[in-house]
Design a protein around this ligand. Structure first.
Ligand SMILES: Cc1ncc(COP(=O)(O)O)c(C=O)c1O
Length: 528
């Protein structure tokens, strides 16, 4: 009974019991006690030996120093071999069973030794498919996976700091917020900007969209009338986010683009005016700071002014391109980025981190809080810090990986200078490839790369260019030394080379030019 009395009366579940007992007559008390009897019986029957036996059985979960060393040394040796051999390994590997062997080792009660485990991993996970850690990864939007970041993840997992709320983990939350402030400063956002470290760009964009929805006071009845302005170049995760946010019926306007695949601001303004006149609700502009397809940057400054004039939420998807603001070229190109209300930027792309870190910044913290702040009875003793925002109050997640450490550690161990150099190197490598491929007879290119994506294709003297380039891509992938991808630009099958992996260097691009030329010649010879 004492135990029950001690439970705080404002804890809903128990207060019912409490009230009943206080109110109840003797009869009720007796009934209550009787109902608790089976619980006491169970407690009496529990044997200490059994508990100790279970502790022993679970002991493998807490290896001793010697056991830790044995496994750690093997894991480190594996990682060292992987990194040391990476230059000679393929970027893309088509194996016979494409990892099916993983199913030969089902999840069972018994343990496996570390040698077997690493071998199973190597054969079935490391070998088949794309090696995103390779400098030869020149497709989609690469990144790489810098080493110090992996050590950040290691410490984060070992210390298992809870990075969701200030009260249990003030240091982890301060570190998170310090990184947010650093990125806000890069963009030109104010110091009190709020932000969230998410798993990647898609979730960051989703969080931005629900925040924009609530910030502009959209209600269910408005969903069919509210309008989103973007271009056909917008990443599909924006469309996906709208659907997830319940806004599937919202009207999408794809604003015409110029020859460089950039939104035309005049067309945007025209469309907003027309929509307003028609009784629709112009709500959100999603501009790109680096499109996935071609790396185009929309005219952010002009779009920013239009959004202010017409009172729309201005969101920038800079998942790929926003960190280029750290370079001189990027600063010029991304002028006006600070006019946005929110922006996504992905360290697992253009800060070269291993997969698992996207960032959303929202200029006015209150909007992120408005959408995401909740409380629960069991969190009643959480003390809020006046000066720190808790990630759980400004994002969909409560418990999360301590993501800050994977960014903070490399920034501390390297400083920002090598990141800037690496970004500048990628910009120049893209320009270098663009110039070189254009010199090879038969190849045509898209526009000069704004960031680090180059589009190109071979135009054969006769025959269908689309099918030739499809076959060319297939041959390049079969070879596997580099990994390229393609896109469809206005019905034209176009090859693309995206330079962003931190291990892509001049020798990689020279190698890529050689492979592309070689495979083109082979195809032409086979056809003749
Ligand atoms: C411009 C852009 N936005 C958003 C995303 C989605 O990011 P993520 O894959 O991290 O979810 C990508 C992915 O490549 C992208 O390039």
């Amino acid at each position: 009974m004492l135990v029950i009395k001690d439970i705080p009366s404002n804890t809903r579940k128990y207060s019912v019991i409490n009230d009943n007992i206080r109110m109840g007559d003797m009869q009720q008390r007796k009934k209550k006690l009787l109902s608790l009897l089976p619980v006491f019986r169970i407690v009496m029957n529990i044997s200490r030996d059994k508990i100790l036996e279970l502790e022993k059985k679970a002991g493998t979960l807490e290896p001793n120093a010697e056991e830790r060393k044995l496994v750690r040394d093997k894991v480190v040796a594996y990682a060292e071999r992987f990194i040391n051999e990476i230059e000679d390994e393929k970027a893309f590997n088509i194996t016979e069973d494409m990892g099916m062997g993983i199913y030969d080792f089902p999840i069972v009660e018994e343990q496996l030794d570390i040698d077997t485990v690493l071998e199973v991993f190597r054969e079935n996970v490391e070998k088949p498919g794309l090696n995103p850690a390779s400098g030869g990864h020149l497709a989609y939007i690469p990144g790489g996976g810098i080493y110090y970041s992996s050590l950040g993840d290691y410490i984060a997992a070992i210390t298992n700091r809870y990075a969701g709320v200030f009260y249990p983990s003030p240091g982890a939350v301060r570190m998170t917020n310090m990184l947010i402030k650093w990125m806000a400063n890069l963009i030109g956002y104010p110091a009190d900007t709020a932000g969230n470290l998410s798993s990647g760009g898609s979730i960051a964009n989703l969080t931005a969209i629900v925040t924009a929805r609530d910030a502009k006071g959209l209600q269910g009845a408005d969903y069919q009338k509210c309008v989103i302005y973007t271009t056909k170049q917008a990443h599909h995760c924006v469309d996906k986010a709208l659907n997830i946010a319940g806004l599937a019926e919202a009207i999408r306007r794809f604003i015409p683009m110029d020859a460089g695949h950039r939104m035309i601001p005049e067309k945007l303004e025209q469309q907003i005016n027309n929509d307003r006149k028609s009784g629709l609700i112009p709500w959100l502009i999603v501009a790109a700071a680096g499109t996935t397809d071609v790396g185009a940057v929309d005219p952010l400054e002009e779009i920013g002014h239009i959004s202010k004039k017409h009172d729309l939420w201005f969101h920038i998807d800079g998942a790929y391109g926003a960190f280029f603001v750290m370079t001189e070229k990027g600063k010029r190109l991304l002028k006006g980025i600070e006019l946005s209300d929110s922006i996504v930027m992905d360290p697992h792309k253009s800060l070269f981190l291993p997969y698992g870190l996207g960032v959303l910044l929202v200029k006015e913290a209150r909007h992120l809080q408005h959408t995401h702040r909740y409380s629960a009875n069991y969190l009643q003793d959480v003390i809020e810090a006046e000066d720190e925002l808790s990630p759980a109050n400004i994002s969909p997640e409560l418990t999360k990986h301590f993501r800050a450490l994977r960014l903070w550690l490399p920034l501390k161990l390297c400083g920002t200078a090598p990141f800037v150099a690496c970004l500048e190197e990628k910009l120049l490598l893209a320009n270098y490839f663009y110039a070189k491929i254009a010199e090879i007879p038969g190849f045509e290119t898209g526009g000069e790369p704004e960031l680090s994506v180059v589009t190109f294709r071979y135009v054969p003297a006769s025959g269908d260019a689309n099918s030739f380039n499809k076959r060319l891509l297939l041959e390049i992938l079969r070879d596997g030394r580099i990994f390229l991808s393609s896109t469809d630009l206005e019905g034209v099958f176009t090859l693309r080379l995206a330079v962003l992996a931190f291990r892509s260097h001049l020798r990689t691009i020279d190698g890529a030019l050689e492979i592309i030329t070689q495979k083109t010649d082979e195809l032409l010879n086979a056809n003749s």
